[in-house]
Design a protein around this ligand. Structure first.
Ligand SMILES: NC(=O)c1ccc[n+]([C@@H]2O[C@H](COP(=O)([O-])OP(=O)(O)OC[C@H]3O[C@@H](n4cnc5c(N)ncnc54)[C@H](O)[C@@H]3O)[C@@H](O)[C@H]2O)c1
Ligand SMILES: [Zn+2]
Length: 363
């Protein structure tokens, strides 16, 4: 069992990481007296796998809980789902003394957090992330929101959970593609913040991919510690929090250019290699370290080149429309060594083009 505190003053909250954590959530919530009763919000798939466990834990603690589900997948992350869930809460008589539990991946966490932020102008919620991506990234930090046809995550709120419960055992039912999605973000933490952690990921790759729950607990704890530190220093992404976008500038462009056929983690993997190449070209990062980064990403089975069917010019055009671009100018998080990065919007357009072309269709 590991516990990490997200230090946000009177909104501070714990992240509990434990094999079998699900079974203890009811008792812990009873002691914390966060809410009178709860709605567990989950997608239909995760609800089928773990909804019963969680409701059982709530019942053993004598806490009333309802299970509300929606169809799985990013297509559900919209205002219609939020509206439907809000109506169900209202019909069940949920008020400001009641709370929500997000049980599932990042889609569920983002929907539930946003619903909690806006239902009756804000009710408490807790996160129970069940994908690796949600356990190391989306459940911590308080970014919530949904997609609209004009773009992903364009409607949302900063709204922190009251606690995060991470059960490593949930990872045993996760498809391998979803594990890899999360691992791209895991590698990201090593590069931006902790070179020793990066080397641990290189050394323990076999055990991690075999889903040894001991090493996974250590890895998740390290990622959550880093994210908690970054978020505590810069909750609303004015400055430091932007380092979490390492690999996401060109990554998002590649993801969008592929029409979202590339998984997010795959796009981030490519984006990290691209950022490393940009850093080498602009003289801030060494060639051997860029090669090392690429080698470890590839060893995990993540892509390190842009698929040959994507036009470099199209990829580049998506950089300008990136949501995080300021005045049409994308910013880049560039490594200075493995374990540290710098943020800049001063990268020559030709350099970006060269790197995108170099990485496209390369074996
Ligand atoms: N809020 C943030 O800070 C933040 C950060 C990163 C990503 N996100 C968001 O997260 C979303 C992606 O999250 P995701 O990758 O977790 O996707 P997801 O929630 O869609 O989960 C992926 C799939 O795995 C299934 N699943 C979940 N847990 C499972 C388990 N234990 N066993 C078997 N199947 C399981 C789900 O049913 C789903 O089909 C995106 O919408 C993205 O925008 C948010
Ligand atoms: Zn990401």
């Amino acid at each position: 069992m590991r516990q990490i505190q997200v230090g946000l003053g009177d909104r501070a909250y714990p992240i509990v990481i434990r094999e079998g954590a699900l079974a203890g959530i009811g008792e812990d919530l009873r002691q914390k007296t966060i809410a009178k009763r709860y709605a567990v919000i989950t997608d239909e798939h995760v609800g089928g796998l773990y909804g019963g466990n969680l409701l059982g834990s709530m019942a053993r603690a004598g806490l009333a809980a309802e299970l509300l589900t929606f169809p799985r997948g990013e297509a559900s992350k919209n205002l219609t789902t939020v509206g439907n869930l809000a109506s169900q809460l209202a019909r069940l008589g949920f008020d400001r003394k009641d709370g929500l539990i997000a049980l599932g991946g990042g889609v569920t966490g983002d929907i539930t957090g946003f619903l909690a932020a806006v239902y009756m102008r804000g009710i408490p919620f807790v996160q129970v992330p069940t994908t690796l991506l949600a356990q190391v990234d989306s459940s911590v930090g308080g970014k919530t929101g949904v997609d609209i046809p004009e773009g992903k995550n364009l409607v949302g709120a900063f709204y922190q959970p009251r606690a995060v419960y991470i059960d490593t055992r949930a990872l045993l039912t996760l498809p391998v593609a979803e594990i890899l999605n999360g691992l791209a973000e895991v590698i990201k933490y090593g590069v931006i913040y902790d070179g020793a952690f990066f080397e641990l990921l290189a050394d323990r790759r076999h055990d991690i991919l075999q889903r040894d729950l001991g090493i996974l607990e250590e890895v998740i704890a390290r990622c959550c510690t880093i994210k908690a530190e970054v978020v505590a220093a810069d909750e609303k992404e004015a400055d430091l929090r932007r380092i979490l976008n390492f690999g996401h500038t060109i990554g998002h462009a590649v993801e969008a250019a592929s029409g979202y056929s590339l998984a997010h983690g795959q796009a981030v993997a490519i984006g990290m290699v691209a950022a490393a190449e940009l850093a080498v070209a602009s003289g801030s990062f060494s060639r051997p370290e860029a090669d090392r980064l690429r080698e470890v990403i590839a060893a995990y089975g993540l892509p390190v080149t842009i698929p040959g069917n994507l036009e470099p010019a199209v990829v580049k055009s998506y950089l300008k429309t990136d949501k995080k671009a300021v005045g049409g100018r994308p910013f880049f998080v560039l490594p200075t060594r493995i374990g540290a990065v710098t943020i800049t919007d001063d990268v020559a357009g030709e350099l970006i083009e060269q790197v995108i072309e170099k990485l496209t269709g390369e074996p």
